[in-house]
Design a protein around this ligand. Structure first.
Ligand SMILES: O=C(O)CCC(=O)C(=O)O
Ligand SMILES: [Fe+2]
Length: 294
């Protein structure tokens, strides 16, 4: 066994070097007891050594478990994505040239400008408003739905293609993201009042939850999300990505896209709707599935 990284003289903080060393020892087949012993010999206290060991091995186990539970998409399996080769300022979405305002490669996060016109935003709000109910979150325990404290917005789903406006927007999304229209769920509209929020979450269905296989029968996993901003809250209400330290401003007509090849936190697609501090917020969300959603 190689020598463990030494604790710095004035602190026993767990360092990346120590974590790396623990992983190396574990991969080389050394058992936890001897790794612990070597850490103590290098000057780590037993408590810190145990904590570092537990933390590192648990992380490794989580990744292994997720790999085993998630059927891996074949490497060539495409994901929804706009064509950004050659760094265009606008992407052709059929009936509209959509501005590319920013993109992050890994995970893929793209901010689009002028995706919806002001009239389209108003049309969606007007059609959704009479049909709003307190948002339900899919209960992955059972596959049913429940009122959730993590999501204090009101929401509703349109059926796919239910009006000319919806159809037009769905065709635009399919074209922009190069993903079949039939692989998309119906558009969801959410309304946040002052103080309302949607706590950070993943949009994919947790492969470990017992209700997930039932949900996946309707078109497989979610693989990407497009959140469209339909109005402008006076303050707050951005879409936050805690792992990326990114916050997207909810500007009317703009839309933020992100995709996740793996239904796992390593996708770093944790995101939420930050509390609306003043005014209200309306968004429409399109979720894209691996297969045909019916
Ligand atoms: O309201 C937002 O900014 C995020 C909405 C969202 O995460 C969702 O609809 O899944
Ligand atoms: Fe979400």
């Amino acid at each position: 066994m190689t020598n463990a990284a030494n604790p710095s003289s004035n602190s026993q903080a767990i360092t990346p070097a120590l974590t790396r060393w623990i992983l190396e020892q574990s991969e080389a087949g050394h058992d936890p007891a001897s790794v612990l012993q070597a850490m103590q010999a290098a000057g780590w206290t037993e408590a810190v050594a145990l904590q570092a060991l537990e933390q590192t091995l648990k992380q490794q186990l989580d990744v292994a478990q997720a790999r085993a539970a998630t059927p891996r998409l074949p490497p060539s399996q495409p994901l929804p994505a706009p064509l950004l080769q050659g760094s265009p300022l606008y992407v052709d979405a059929g009936d509209r040239q959509v501005a590319v305002l920013m993109h992050l490669q890994n995970p893929s996060v793209v901010l689009f400008g002028d995706f919806l016109s002001a009239e389209e935003c108003e049309g969606l709000i007007a059609a959704a408003e009479p049909r709003l109910a307190r948002s339900l979150t899919v209960m992955t325990q059972t596959g049913g739905e429940e009122v959730s404290v993590d999501r204090t917005s009101d929401g509703m789903f349109f059926s796919r293609g239910e009006s000319a406006l919806i159809q037009r927007i769905e065709e635009r999304i399919a074209r922009l993201l190069n993903w079949p229209l039939l692989h998309g769920e119906g558009l969801q509209v959410l309304h946040y009042r002052p103080g309302a929020e949607y706590k950070p979450h993943y949009d994919y269905f947790d492969p470990h939850e017992p209700g997930t296989p039932t949900i996946l029968k309707r078109g497989g996993q979610r693989v990407a999300t497009l959140v469209m901003y339909l109005n402008e809250p006076a303050q707050g209400g951005g879409t936050t990505f805690p792992d990326l330290q990114l916050e997207v401003t909810p500007k009317r007509g703009n839309a933020v896209f992100f995709s996740y090849a793996q239904a796992h936190p390593s996708s770093r697609t944790l995101h939420g709707g930050a509390p609306v501090l003043a005014g209200e917020k309306w968004v429409a969300t399109k979720w894209l599935r691996e297969g045909e959603f019916h």
